[in-house]
Design a protein. Structure first.
Lengths: 315, 548
């Protein structure tokens, strides 16, 4: 187990190093230099020169890379060119929306997908299975922004249960914050839950045809107990893989939903930064997201080993 | 005293009749055997007793266990019977245990679900039960996972969890078919001992007559869902009444007609071959460890000769065949075919590859299911120096199919349309289509039913005589090796420990290991084999009709 953990940690660090190099040098090879790119076509040579000095572009790339990375490590992401505030402040603000939203959506999707997948698998070929397969198909096909608009129309405009958009912040109270994230989380969870339920169903059906399920039945376990005690854990590997991918996606990929609900999340931050050519923000936020994805994958790897003893000894 | 009485048992799955009017009685403490070929309904009978038949099955009749008719019981009531009154073990120990649960927990589970035991009590009893199947806790911790123990040990765990509550009857469905001969012998001994000491009855299902002869007090022979003959074991073997039983018996001892061989010089030369695999390191900076699969093996095969290769799983048989075919590189030594050296990988000349072909155990797994038979059999044509036109290819494929007893129209069929024996014929046709000189038969008849096996052995024999082929016959089944080979190599731990003429090795083995291997191999007692039972089937080839 220690060996497995060590090898996962090494792989985590290597991935981070490679990702940071790629992000840094991709921005480096943009034609011209970052300063003139950021300032656009009409900038005067003097402004460009002063920005260059401000950004430290007169140094060699290698030194700048190490400056950037060592800044990242201590949480110093630099100063946003457009907002003129430390990027770390921007990120902290935005993460307070994006992270809870991603977790909320993931929780909803798991809470829906697990029982639904279990029912579909245990009643395979029955009416319930048929209905679930149809609904999940629909859930995958419906674009989430359209579903989001329907939610707003129904729950915010007609019933007035929720506000149509915006984020009140956490200062007003936990439940207040949760309330303003509910509709976006549901909109995001629909597709994710549909995918997850289908993966769950097929993974369970796969395991239910295994020999050890027959052994368990021969011991006297009921159908239901076999499903919960023997099939579920064995079906977890594909489900965990999808969960990991979904979390990464939800963290960064909620741009459209954030726009529909006017949420100040990470997705909108990076979207605006790209439009405003704020390369420093782009670079840092992309790195942050890569970090999140890699860490989530690391955690998924660890849960694999918890679920399946066969993975614990291999590297 | 009667423990289980089954009468008028009919089972159909999706309207197809699977069991017809099955009727038998098992006494307390008795070992009752079911024997028959695949599809005869042996396993279905067991599953019908347990009410674990596949979806869409319909079951009628009476299954009286201890005065209760199991057919009338609800699923809930059946759950309390399974595992407590009836225990069951299955064929595939490798997959029969839950990979994410410790063996101790899996044994304890039987005790917990039937109530009356707390977790810690159940674990204590589980430890005792594991010790009972010769897996004592001081050598095999109950915290081990199934992947950490061998196939034979896993089967022991399966037995432990099946007998944990001392069921009245234990059903064993081909429990040793997937195991080596020596492991098989140990498991069979263990089962016999447990049945006696725990005073259980045993319903033992197998396709292997020799195994049933060793195990059962009484035997039922099954054919297409019916019991065709039921006798005490000794009587059955000495005085078979039903034609099918006789056929089955003859086929399992089948020896193809002695062939007249042309003979010839040495064809394959293997000298001092050595092959090791890298093992994964446990820690990152550890020294690289190796698993030496073959250590210094030398032998030769003459033209037209059949050489047997026997040994337990993991002894290096398959690695050896792979290195001969050039699929695996050598670390040391030399292999020559017709004087030309075998080099692994892309450098191996096509002219050399063309001389060797291989037939594997699993006839279904070794074909691409999306190609038609014509294309499958034509696969080796790329090894030929000259390219053939489409019509020439077809002609040669058809010739090969006819030669193995199939029809011309089979060219346009898919592999799933054939039975196991026919698939193996196609595999042989694929090997034969480019007229090789050496065919490696890697457990080629092991998965086949005895009557089909007899036909395939005949076919191989015929082809050998016709084309002066050399065979390397790899098998764990000593009976078959004895029947079809001229010489035998016995392999253990990557080395050849004994080598010689087949009759000499089997009648007068020298090495201890060979002796043990032969000892463990189940045999029908010779005094049971009468002239009458040994005749009839054996005289000539089987008619075409019989396998169609």
């Amino acid at each position: 187990m220690l060996h497995y953990l060590l090898s996962r940690i090494i792989s985590l660090l290597l991935s981070l190093a490679v990702a940071s190099l790629v992000i840094f040098f991709v921005i480096e090879i943009i034609p011209g230099d970052p300063a003139s790119f950021m300032l656009g076509l009409n900038a005067s040579p003097e402004t460009i020169a002063s920005l260059k000095a401000e950004l430290g572009l007169d140094q060699t790339p290698l030194i700048r890379y190490f400056d950037w990375v060592s800044g990242l490590v201590v949480g110093d992401f630099g100063i946003s060119y457009t907002y003129k505030v430390p990027i770390s402040e921007l990120v902290v603000d935005r993460i307070q929306v994006s992270l809870p939203l991603a977790l909320y959506a993931l929780l909803l999707s798991t809470a829906i997908a697990f029982p639904v997948g279990l029912i579909a698998a245990s009643k395979r070929g029955g009416t319930a299975d048929f209905g679930i397969m149809g609904f999940t198909q629909l859930g995958i096909a419906v674009p989430n922004f359209w579903f989001a608009m329907l939610l707003v129309l129904f729950f915010a405009i007609n019933l007035r249960w929720f506000s149509a958009g915006g984020f009140s912040g956490w200062d007003a109270g936990f439940w207040y914050g949760i309330k303003s994230l509910t509709l976006p989380a549901i909109a995001l969870a629909l597709t994710q839950a549909s995918i997850l339920a289908r993966v769950m169903r097929s993974a369970l059906i796969d395991t239910l045809s295994q020999d050890y399920i027959r052994t368990a039945r021969a011991k006297g376990l009921s159908q239901r107990r076999v499903l919960i005690k023997h099939a579920l854990r064995n079906a977890m590997i594909p489900v965990l893989t999808i969960l990991g991918l979904q979390f990464s996606f939800l963290l960064a990929g909620a741009i459209i939903i954030e726009n529909v609900f006017f949420l100040p999340g990470l997705g909108r931050l990076i979207f605006q930064a790209i439009i405003q050519r704020d390369l420093i923000v782009v670079e840092s936020v992309v790195m942050l997201m890569v970090f999140a994805v890699i860490v989530v994958n690391f955690l998924v790897d660890l849960t694999y080993a918890m679920v399946d003893p066969r993975l614990r000894r291999s590297g | 005293m009667t423990l289980l009485s089954v009468s008028g048992l009919n089972v159909s799955i999706n309207e197809e009749v699977i069991l017809k009017d099955v009727e038998f009685i098992i006494d307390q403490g008795e070992v009752f055997g079911f024997v028959g070929e695949s599809g005869s309904g042996k396993s279905m009978t067991a599953l019908a007793l347990m009410n674990l038949l596949p979806k869409g099955s319909d079951r009628t009749g009476q299954i009286i266990l201890d005065g209760k008719n199991l057919i009338d019981l609800s699923e809930r009531e059946m759950c309390s019977i399974r595992g407590r009154d009836i225990g069951m073990i299955f064929q595939e120990p490798m997959t029969a245990l839950n990979p994410v649960m410790t063996i101790g927990n899996q044994v304890a589970e039987t005790l917990i679900i039937h109530g009356g035991y707390s977790r810690s009590e159940a674990m204590t009893i589980a430890r005792e039960k594991l010790a009972r199947v010769e897996m004592p806790p001081n050598r095999f911790s109950p915290d081990l996972y199934p992947h950490e123990i061998s196939g034979g040990q896993r089967q022991r765990v399966c037995i432990a969890l099946a007998i944990a509550l001392r069921p009245k009857i234990l059903i064993a469905d081909e429990p040793t078919t997937a195991l080596d001969v020596s492991t098989q012998a140990q498991i069979l001994d263990l089962l016999k001992l447990l049945v006696k000491e725990e005073q259980m009855s045993l319903l033992f299902i197998t396709h292997d007559l020799a195994v049933i002869a060793r195990m059962a007090d009484r035997v039922a022979v099954m054919q297409t869902g019916r019991i065709v003959e039921m006798e005490t074991t000794r009587e059955l073997f000495q005085d078979m009444k039903h034609d099918y039983s006789k056929k089955l018996f003859a086929a399992s001892n089948y020896i193809p007609e002695t062939k007249t061989k042309t003979g010839g010089g040495s064809f394959l030369e293997v000298s001092d071959v050595y092959r090791a695999y890298k093992l994964p390191n446990r820690r990152i900076l550890d020294k690289q460890n190796y698993n030496v699969a073959i250590r210094g093996v030398s032998f030769s095969i003459r033209k037209g000769e059949s050489l047997g290769l026997v040994g337990e799983s993991g002894c290096g048989k398959s690695t050896l065949s792979r290195t001969i075919l050039g699929l695996d590189p050598l670390q040391k030594g030399r292999i020559t075919v017709d004087g030309v050296e075998v080099i692994s990988g892309r450098k191996m000349p096509h002219t050399l590859r063309k001389k060797m072909q291989v037939v594997f155990q699993d006839p279904f797994g070794s074909f691409n299911p999306r190609h038609k038979v014509g294309r499958l059999v034509a696969e080796p044509f790329h090894l030929l120096a000259e390219s053939l036109s489409a019509s020439e290819q077809r002609e040669r494929v058809v010739t090969a199919l006819l030669e193995v007893g199939l029809r011309e129209t089979d060219v346009d069929k898919y592999i799933h349309e054939f039975s196991g024996g026919q698939r193996q014929r196609i595999a042989i046709a694929r090997a034969m289509v480019i007229k090789p000189d050496l065919v490696i038969l890697d457990e080629a008849v092991s998965a086949l039913d005895v009557s089909i096996r007899a036909q395939i052995l005949d076919l191989l024999n015929e082809l050998q005589v016709q084309h002066n082929l050399s065979y390397l016959f790899i098998s764990h089944d000593l009976t078959v090796v004895r029947a079809v080979t001229d010489r035998v190599l016995v392999m253990q731990g990557g080395k050849i420990i004994e080598e010689g003429r087949t009759d000499r090795i089997f009648d007068h083995p020298q090495h201890d290991y060979t002796k043990r291997l032969l000892q463990a191999s189940p045999r029908i007692p010779t005094e049971w084999v009468t002239k009458e039972t040994n005749q009839g089937y054996h005289t000539g080839k089987l008619s075409e009709k019989e396998f169609r």
